[in-house]
Design a protein around this ligand. Structure first.
Ligand code: SF4
Ligand code: SF4
Length: 151
C-alpha cells in the first residue's frame, strides 16, 4: 500500500512547477525539500525535511544541488575553490550517486496550501467595532423607551 505523506514545504515563489515523472529535472526543488536523497542524508545528518545542500539560484530561478556546485562545503571540508581538484572529484561522485541528468523520478505532487480563513464572527461580535479597526470607542447611549402600540 502506498504511503501518503503531506508535509508542508516552503517553495520559492519563482520556482518552476514540478515536471512530469521522467522529464528532465528543472530544479523545482520539490523532492529535496520533501526529504533528502542518500547523499542528502549524509550531508544533512537527518532523514526527513529539506536537504541542507539545496540552494536557490536567483539568476536561474531554480534550485540547485549544492553537492554539484560546491560539494566540499557541505562535507565539512576546508574552504576551497568550487572548481579545485577535490571539488571536481566530489562533484563527479555526487553526480553518479544522485543520478543527475536521468530525469525526474519523484512521485510527488505539490498542492498549494491556501491560508486558513479567519474564524467566523460570533453573534456577539456583530456590529461592534474591532479594537484594531482604528475607530474611536463610543460610550453606549441609554436605552430608548419602547414604542407605543399603534391603534
Ligand atoms: S528531480 Fe524532479 S522533483 Fe526533484 S528537483 Fe528535479 S524536477 Fe524537481
Ligand atoms: S544532496 Fe542534492 S540531490 Fe540530494 S537531496 Fe540534497 S540537494 Fe537534493
Amino acid at each position: 500500500m502506498a504511503r501518503v505523506v503531506s508535509p508542508v514545504i516552503w517553495l520559492q515563489p519563482d520556482a518552476p512547477p514540478k515536471p512530469a515523472t521522467g522529464a528532465p529535472c528543472n530544479g523545482c526543488g520539490l523532492c529535496c525539500l520533501a526529504e533528502p536523497c542518500p547523499i542528502g542524508v549524509l550531508v544533512s545528518r537527518k532523514r526527513t525535511g529539506a536537504c541542507r545542500a539545496l540552494v536557490w539560484s536567483d539568476e536561474a530561478h531554480q534550485y540547485r544541488c549544492g553537492m554539484l556546485v560546491h560539494p566540499a562545503r557541505y562535507l565539512g571540508g576546508p574552504a576551497t575553490h568550487p572548481d579545485d581538484a577535490l571539488n571536481r572529484v566530489l562533484r563527479r561522485w555526487a553526480r553518479r550517486l544522485i543520478a543527475a541528468g536521468v530525469g525526474c523520478d519523484a512521485q510527488l505532487e505539490a498542492v498549494v496550501a491556501l491560508p486558513a480563513a479567519p474564524p467566523a464572527p460570533s453573534p456577539s461580535d456583530a456590529g461592534e467595532p474591532s479594537p484594531a479597526s482604528g475607530t474611536d470607542a463610543a460610550l453606549p447611549s441609554p436605552p430608548s423607551p419602547p414604542p407605543s402600540p399603534s391603534k
